[in-house]
Design a protein around this ligand. Structure first.
Ligand code: XXG
Ligand code: FE2
Length: 356
């Protein structure tokens, strides 16, 4: 796809990423990961679904774990400002010629009138306003573990053509905060926001549509270090894929885990405020060795290659389309790839391949 037209109708006013509907193969194994290990709070559950939320959340859930035949993502759900914004979302995608499905009583418990769409990139996006309020547990320190997850921070999506995705997301009202490019202008990834943080979602260049990760915020860095210590103590250190570390992009402190089905979860803290209309966009050079890890630690190849399938509105996996442009893995650690720590100081430039 070379471009997606700009709809003539107004975009819905999106508030924030709100929840992800995640299909898992073994509900008990996923419950152990998300509830017993990570400490997400169960709002309600039955034999097929578990509804989870973070400690500061007041809406019914931030995650649905749904038992199903193929581990995949059934929805990336955004909350919109008013009930009329659900109508706007439906009209926006209908004008784009996308398949849409409206349900007055929602696609998941606790949520009312919603629209799900197969967006132009092939992702199952959902928009809702009406939601059941539940207790915000922020003051319930007796419930906080040392690794408490306090908010849903963002989604991350894999898509073959980042500039096409970026323009469509800008039409949807998102603002780009950071991106990664090379000297020839190839874009490898872009971060975009509605709430005033670095992002509500990011587009990572790769074979897609696929889901790269869902990210939860902790208050502080030490909460993330505790999660690492806990995983070690439980002899589950193999669930850690990347980190802990400090990102270049976003400046946040991070850790990536893989759940029992391989769905990637990021624990993230302390990015920066982006809410002014003239918030400057930060562009990183793909060859900057500190862009993805400020300390220069190498990114494991699986982080670039692995991602989760996404479902169409019938519940079937979307076909994955190959990225045609150079991948970031090739650009930085392939045969001709190089990275530098000090720009312009070629003596200190080195092939990342030597580090691996
Ligand atoms: O949230 C993020 C990420 O998309 O997960 C990755 C912020 C920064 C990065 S990066 O690896 O580019 O530093
Ligand atoms: Fe992230």
């Amino acid at each position: 796809m070379t471009s997606i037209p700009t709809p003539s109708v107004p975009a819905p006013d999106v508030l924030r990423c709100a929840y992800m509907d995640i299909v898992v193969s073994d509900l008990a194994a996923s419950r152990e990961f998300y509830v017993d290990i990570l400490g997400l709070v169960v709002t309600e559950e039955n034999e097929n679904e578990i509804y989870l939320r973070t400690l500061e959340e007041f809406i019914h859930h931030n995650v649905v774990l749904r038992k199903g035949p193929v581990p995949a993502i059934a929805s990336f759900a955004y909350r919109v400002r008013t009930p009329e914004d659900v109508d706007r979302a439906e009209a926006f995608y209908q004008e784009l010629g996308c398949r849409t499905e409206r349900r007055a009583d929602g696609f998941s418990k606790g949520i009312g009138d919603s629209v799900r769409v197969e967006d132009p990139l092939g992702f199952p996006y959902e928009f809702f306003y009406d939601v059941e309020h539940v207790e915000r547990l922020a003051w319930h320190y007796e419930l906080y573990g040392a690794g408490a997850l306090v908010r849903l921070d963002h989604f991350n999506q894999v898509t073959p053509n980042v500039p096409v995705a970026r323009k469509y997301m800008e039409d949807l009202g998102f603002r780009v905060t950071e991106d990664i490019q090379d000297e020839a202008g190839v874009t490898y990834a872009a971060w975009m926001r509605r709430k005033p943080t670095v992002h509500d979602t990011a587009m990572t260049g790769g074979d897609g549509p696929r889901m790269h990760h869902i990210a939860f915020a902790t208050h502080e860095k030490h909460n993330i270090l505790y999660i690492c210590d806990k995983l070690g103590a439980l002899r589950k250190s193999d669930l850690i894929e990347r980190g802990p570390g400090r990102h270049g992009v976003s400046n946040a402190f991070y850790l990536y885990l893989r759940d029992p089905d391989g769905h990637r979860v990021e624990i993230y803290t302390q990015d920066y405020y982006t809410g002014d209309p003239d918030n400057p966009v930060v562009t990183w050079d793909v060859h900057d060795n500190q862009r993805r890890d400020w300390w220069g630690n190498p990114v494991v190849p699986s982080w670039y290659t692995d991602a989760s399938l996404v479902l169409d509105l019938d519940g079937n996996p979307q076909q994955v389309v190959k990225r045609e442009e150079t991948s970031e893995l090739e650009a930085t650690i392939g045969a001709d790839g190089f990275s530098y720590t000090r720009k312009g100081d070629t003596d200190h430039g080195f092939k990342l391949g030597h580090q691996l």
